[in-house]
Write a protein that binds this ligand. Structure first.
Ligand code: ASP
Length: 596
């Protein structure tokens, strides 16, 4: 029996024809003498009818159970009146089986494939069965459509797909790396690439002009809903274009992917926002523009009030006081406000002061309800109302702390309140965030680190600030943000060896280490490196957004858990003493005991 059709594709047009389909028994219903089978393949379901007239076929149908694999041949006929299922392509027809071949049996599956409430660990442990579920088939097909669309666009614009090594070298590029011990070189290690960043730059130096690769990247970092230890990027680099030209070309890629995959027209052009404006107005460098709420700056004003908590944050070097006004928030209960306070605390906020605006015409203890009102003069209160635009019935939250804490806490609160209280609009709101700082200060190590990566070019002239005011140096770096997710980021690169060396020095990488870790780059830069730049898009995040799922694991065939494990294949796992010996590795006893 040769398959003629996919189950899920047979429709009215095939009425009267004889077809053969292959697939899995999704459901089997015995209707007193007639057996109905919903047969499933990657394209969907089709109903197969077996009647007792054909004894041999009927006998096989009687034995079928969930997930048995069969081939069925039969005639396509209309479903009887009243049994039409308009949610299926094949919903108007059924196949009257002439012949069924049992291709394989199945144990009883550990869960019903159409059960929507299976725990994620059960799903991941039985990923093969989980992937059979129509929703997972749809997600991975969508991913395929999206990456095919990207390939078409990039090919049409002259980008060349070139592979780069997975066995790379340990370098300080930002994230923690996975190391791979070398058997042939005693005591030496490869590292898995955090991204092919320097290879793609060297391909530009090698004259390929435009490169792309849909590639795995590896970062040994703490995991979240939108992070995996290995994830996929559409990695792009181009020569001889400036920042604006690169952004325009890459915006076209995103637009074309959304158009071809979802039929969605994204705005043209994407709005552009500076990093400073994003932090000021949204407390985030990836603002969800579907939420219209904005933060209000109060730092200058709070330098004039007596309320110590606000005043000291305003006077602090690098401190900030800001407000988030919630229209209609006056109706929030004590419990709801407490919950938001607990939420803000996760981002380091020590409290979440608020004012309920009962009567906006009275900026005093009569009109405003809050323990903090009595510490602030009428002028300051009136000015808070003026700046936030709060009206009677609204509620104003305040953040006062170091700038980072205020931005993180109020930024996250804005998104949470916005979604929970129904302020978010639907649709797609992409934007570019540009003009990122070159460096950011790490409070723990008390050192400057690269905000993007150490190969990002400063704005023209900004290398002057490296020594005097590293925090003031702006980079030619840009992110694409969509509905609150960073879906891509890139930069114009440094193509002059002297500037590259200066950046390494600003990051505290000694001249000796620069040679040891990045000698290959510094050398290649000496032989006529073209101006170049690029970007990388997160395929997992983009497709998760397209599929409308909350976590990237749902668009990855074989993902890792939050603890970095693959529950299907049971990785990571121990290896034999012999393997370790070959790699010249000994597991420290104390670590082994800890992990046991
Ligand atoms: N390699 C960078 C990253 O993975 C992207 C880029 O700058 O092109 O974030």
């Amino acid at each position: 029996m040769k398959r003629t059709d996919y189950c899920g594709r047979i429709d009215r047009k095939r009425l009267g024809e004889t077809v053969t389909v292959c697939g899995w028994v999704h459901r089997r219903r015995d209707h007193g003498g007639v057996i109905f089978i919903d047969l499933r393949d990657r394209e969907g379901l089709v109903q197969i009818v077996c009647d007792p007239d054909r004894a041999a076929t009927f006998a096989i149908a009687e034995k079928l159970r969930h997930e048995f694999v069969i081939a069925a041949t039969g005639r396509v006929r209309p479903r009887p009146e009243g049994t039409i299922n308009s949610s299926l392509v094949s919903g108007e027809i059924e196949i009257l089986a002439h012949d069924i071949v049992l291709l394989n049996q199945s144990l009883t599956p550990p869960f019903q494939l159409d059960d929507e409430n299976i725990s994620e660990s059960v799903r991941l442990e039985h990923r093969v069965l989980d992937l059979r579920r129509p929703v997972m088939q749809k997600n991975l097909m969508l991913r395929h459509k999206a990456t095919m669309s990207a390939r078409r666009y990039l090919d049409a614009h002259g980008f060349v797909d070139i592979e780069t090594p997975i066995l790379y070298k340990s370098t300080p590029e930002g994230a923690r790396e996975f190391l791979v011990p070398s058997r042939l070189h005693h005591g030496q290690f490869y590292a898995l690439p955090q991204s092919p960043q320097l290879f793609k730059q060297m391909l530009m130096m090698a004259g390929f002009d435009r490169y792309y690769q849909i590639v795995k990247c590896f970062r040994d970092e703490d995991l979240r809903a939108d992070r995996q230890p290995e994830f996929t990027q559409i990695d792009v680099e181009t020569s001889f274009l400036d920042e604006l030209e690169i952004r325009e070309l890459m915006e076209g890629l995103v637009r074309s992917m959304f158009k071809e995959t979802l039929g969605v027209d994204l705005p043209h052009p994407f709005p552009v926002m500076t990093y400073a404006d994003a932090m000021r107005d949204y407390g985030s460098d990836k603002p969800d523009l579907r939420i219209p709420l904005k933060l209000t700056e109060l730092t200058d004003l709070m330098k004039t009030v007596d309320f110590k908590v606000f005043r000291s944050a305003a006077d602090l070097d690098g401190g900030r006081v800001a407000a988030l006004s919630v229209p209609g928030g006056g109706s929030l209960s004590r419990k709801e406000i407490d919950d938001y306070t607990t939420f803000a605390a996760v981002y380091g906020a020590k409290g979440l002061a608020y004012i309920k605006v009962n009567d906006a015409a009275q900026p005093n203890e009569q009109g405003l309800q809050s323990p903090i009102v009595k510490f602030m003069g009428r002028d300051a209160l009136a000015e808070i109302l003026r700046r936030t635009g709060a009206a009677s019935g609204d509620l104003i939250f305040f953040g006062a702390d170091r700038e980072k804490v205020v931005c993180d806490a109020l930024g996250a609160l804005r998104a949470k309140v916005g979604h929970e209280r129904g302020f978010a609009t639907t649709g797609w709101r992409p934007l570019w965030v540009v003009d990122f700082p070159m460096f950011e200060f790490n409070d723990e190590t008390r050192t400057w680190g690269a905000r993007h990566h150490p190969f990002t070019a400063p704005k023209d002239g900004h290398e002057e600030f490296f020594q005097t005011d590293p925090g003031g140096a702006i980079a030619k770096a840009y992110d694409v943000v969509l509905n609150g997710w960073e879906i891509g980021g890139g930069s114009v690169r440094i193509h002059r060896p002297d500037v590259q060396a200066k950046v390494f020095s600003s990051l505290g990488i000694s001249v000796e280490d620069q040679r040891k870790k990045f000698g290959f780059l510094l050398d290649a830069l000496q032989y006529g490196a073209p101006p170049h730049g690029g970007i990388a898009f997160g395929v997992d995040r983009m497709t998760a957004l397209m599929a409308g799922v909350e976590q990237i694991r749902d668009v990855i065939a074989f993902p890792k858990t939050q603890r970095g494990q693959d529950l299907l294949i049971d990785a990571p796992s121990a290896v034999t003493e012999q393997q370790l010996r070959e790699l010249h590795i000994r597991i420290r006893a104390s670590d082994a005991a800890k992990n046991a």
